[in-house]
Design a protein around this ligand. Structure first.
Ligand code: UDP
Length: 314
């Protein structure tokens, strides 16, 4: 599959992960149809690709069906992933992961092509096991603040498996853990863009709770390599994709303030409800099945991201 030119539909292709994926697919010689309603994705993330004759863009909400022409595969990444954004747009967040996912599955069924689903580590919720392995079913508050995202991703996985079982649709489900890099929206509410933006604009870093909660951050180039490997395999998943190096949020603030070169001025704010105290992927499955592991350490990824944010904020 790797050497043949494909035409891929990328839903959410103007978003952070989506636009990085589209760039790589273009480098690999494929054609791409980006479908994005720009609710959180940004046209500026893909504007440089407009000159590329292999890239097409439709501004469209995948909750409504549409006809994309011939496609060889669907990368379904459209979603509202930042806590700040999905609390602001809770119904849209649920509709894109539920109705939007169904529409993408219907397309894959009609076009008889493979569908990649970008699921999330959030399906594990406030995990009782650490690190999280694919066979753990999760512990999610069904009516909590985060449920609009967590439960919708759980539904997206369920409906994807239903299409697999009922109609034999070829699917690959990835559970993506915290990822970061260029093309994130500065200050979009997620911790890395928040801290970098705060550092570069001379504001205090906002640490929620005491900063002892942990996350594991994967640089986006590593994430994209894994997504493409999963798409090009016949593997169904779900499969964890992330970097198992674990850091507390306070450690992350220290690292980013050192890299940006600012003093450590921290403002401690209340911890949001249902904020998981720990998150770290077990990646033994992706290592053995796809031969993938992350290669870019946190500091190197942060340096690249800070360079991009400096330009972006100018
Ligand atoms: N966080 C923080 N300050 C911020 C933004 C986030 O301390 O300005 C914390 C947040 O409470 C969480 C962690 O950083 O514990 C990661 O948050 P993010 O929204 O990036 O991802 P998620 O919680 O969905 O993993």
């Amino acid at each position: 599959m790797g050497d043949t030119q494909m035409r891929y539909l990328v839903s959410g292709g103007a978003g952070f992960i989506g636009s990085n994926l589209v760039r790589q697919l273009c480098k690999d010689g494929h054609k791409v149809l980006i479908v994005d309603n720009l609710i959180t994705g940004r046209y500026s993330n893909i504007v440089d690709l407009a000159v590329n004759s292999r890239v097409e863009f439709i501004e469209h909400d995948i909750v409504e069906s549409f006809e994309p022409g011939h496609i060889d595969g669907v990368y379904h990444l459209a979603s509202i992933g930042s806590v700040y954004q999905y609390l602001k747009n809770p119904i849209e967040a649920m509709r894109v992961d539920s109705l939007g996912t169904e529409n993408m599955l219907e397309l894959a069924r009609r076009k008889e092509c493979r569908l990649f689903l970008a699921s999330s580590s959030k399906i594990y919720g406030i995990s009782e096991v650490h690190p999280q392995k694919e066979d753990y079913w999760g512990y999610v508050n069904p009516i909590g603040m985060r449920s609009v995202y967590d439960e919708s991703k759980r539904y997206a996985e369920a409906v994807t498996m239903a299409y697999r079982r009922k109609y034999g649709v070829d699917v690959g489900i990835a559970r993506i853990f915290n990822t970061f890099g260029p093309y994130m929206v500065p200050g979009d509410g997620r911790v890395i863009p928040n801290f970098i933006t705060q550092g570069l604009t001379g504001e205090p870093f906002t640490i929620y709770g005491d900063g002892s909660q942990t996350r594991s951050f994967c640089y986006v180039d590593d994430t994209i390599r894994a997504l493409i490997k999963l798409m090009e395999s016949g593997y169904e998943g779900p499969i964890n994709i992330g970097n198992p190096e674990e850091f507390s949020i306070k450690d992350l603030a220290d690292i980013i303030s050192d890299l940006v070169g600012v003093s450590k001025i921290y403002e401690y704010l209340a911890l949001p409800d249902d904020d998981p105290p720990k998150r770290k992927p077990d990646i033994s499955l992706v290592k053995s099945l796809l031969g993938w592991k992350p290669e870019i350490p946190l500091k190197e990824g942060l340096e690249r991201t800070i360079r991009w944010f400096r330009k972006e904020l100018q």
